[in-house]
Write a protein that binds this ligand. Sequence first.
Ligand code: EPZ
Length: 468
Amino acid sequence: MKRPVLTYMLALGSAFHSRTSEGCALNDDDVLVVHGGTPLKGEIRVRGAKNLVSKAMVAALLADSPSTLFDVPAISDVDIVRGLLELHGVRTSIDKDRSLRMDPTNVVTAGVDEINVHAGSSRIPILLCGPLLHRLGSAYIPDLGGCNIGGRPIDFHIDALRKFGAVVEKLPDGMHLTAPQRLQGIKYTLDYPSVGSTEQILLTAVMAEGVTELRNAAVEPEIIDLICILQKMGAIIKVNTDRVIEIEGVDRLSGYRHRPVPDRIETGSWAAAALATHGEVFVRGARQVDMMTFLNVYRTIGGAFDVDDSPGGGIRFWHPGGELSPAALETDVHPGLMTDWQQPLVVALTQARGLSIVHETVYERRFGYTAELRQMGANIQLYRDCLGGTPCRWGRRNFLHSAVIAGPSKLHAADLQIPDLRAGFSHLIAALAAEGTSRVFGVDRFITRGYEDFDAKLAGLGANVERP
Ligand code: EPZ
């Protein structure tokens, strides 16, 4: 922090923001009724990370033989990517133990109308560009979806693909790409270490001719795991110091067998839920090494954890009693604090005594969900300034991307409309921590995208929830 919190609060008091309704109709068929006030207690299991599994599935397209991905979560984002692969001729099957087999031996061009059925459903389709250009010489990508947490441009993706030699044409409903000749390795520096753009370049460079040098790459654990998969397939990728990745293109890649990194976002979500509800949750499958930044924050604000790193172990998270402490947090690219941990942690911070500050540096509009928390009694103010040590891209551009949370606040029940995936889970946490009966709308539309079996997991942890 460069300036004390109170100075900010006095100087910026007039910047208090109240979000107006975004006009989402409450849908009675897609609601979870939560009778709050019961501490979550028990055990849940996390599977492979959503943000690796979906990319690993795309990587399977590059191979000339089948791949098997283990421990695949039953979430709708996986179904979307599976649907897209099948449209392109990849034969897939999934076992009861959630092992996904993908056979890309006969990749074919898919119909535009069929692909457009997936328009707006996810951001993963953009990653099909490189693999389809290598396999078929052309690709059609539908308009993207994903959470409404910022502009989420794809300019880095398109710019890099063009430099590789792809011809990109924007169409009314999507994008058509061709590779008039074999794609060529490039030297590329990302303006920002974007996760998706790094993956795009990796998935394209592995079979491009020659060497690709990527500077300012993202190095999230899911990216390193994707690199491990590509290496198993036959790729040559060096991860150098200072976010530089060097990829030597190869002529062919074969299938892989891989057990993915566990979902560190889901782990953090349940950990925050344990804290906010004064509970105790053992997250089987969670790994310390992926969670180190989160664990530091958890301990700083008063949460307790215990790591069991025996095979089949996990991390136990609990509220040790007493008051939680406030914190000054900034989200960042890895190894910083993940932006996807921000929303669950903010709910926990509403229960800390004092002023907490959260500076969101990754996305410009990731505090919309706090309007509902305020409706429940939380004291949260949003600011356009960078309330943190790192001036970020959003401060100068007038986005409400810093939050000051004054706690502790007694949360009370409300009707909540989920705006996006991670915000949705934090609404659930708030409803579980609140007194009274809340209705959380949009759970099937949003939460199933990233949280396997969350109804059953909640029930198993003793939450008093029901479907009307
Ligand atoms: C991935 O999104 C994740 N999604 C996100 O998780 C996660 O929040 C994010 O990485 C950051 O960790 C998936 O893996 C499917 P980015 P991605 O490219 O790849 C800007 C969740 O809930 N940018 O790293 O789309 C962009 O606007 C989701 O699981 C450009 O400017 O994120 C953003 O400000 C939400 N131009 C920043 O980079 C580009 O061409 C980071 O985005 C691309 C990105």
